[in-house]
Design a protein around this ligand. Sequence first.
Ligand SMILES: [Fe+2]
Ligand SMILES: [Fe+2]
Length: 178
Amino acid sequence: MLLFERGIYLREHVRNEVRRLGASIIESKEFMSAYNETHHNATSVAKHSEDVACTSIRICRLLEKFGISVNHQDMVNAALCHDLGMLDRNEKYESVKACHKEHPMESVSVAKSILADYNDNVEDAISNHMWPVTGSFPKSKEGRVIVVADKYCAMKDLRHIMRLYLALVLLRIGIILP
Ligand SMILES: [Fe+2]
Ligand SMILES: [Fe+2]
């Protein structure tokens, strides 16, 4: 198998694991409506959450190569639910700042209502995923993986905005310069 083909195969393998472990969440009405909630001006809450879940599983597989085991079920549960507190955020929160601060605990409430296997690990991971902006450093390995995966995916989502910003700056410089 070529390296390129192996990359595609592994990506699909990770996606299938997320779809299998997160089936009950993905099929929930809360997650369905998350496809209509924009996130980072570039994606939806649902797509971002799927991205975080896939990235988390890839990090878990890497950690397992070093003998560190992480609970994949808790990982996927927490990743898919971590931003569901953002649904209807314009009606729920007074400001963007309030949304940043309060959505993790709101996501905990949504996760409790969806998950049959909700536990302390999942709560720790969801409630502290915004660290260091809000919350405290997660105690669970799953929580620590999500902190990294969430930031990485947010940067990927925001790169389009950064490119647009850069293009506008260059355009402005072009206009200013003779
Ligand atoms: Fe978040
Ligand atoms: Fe997120």
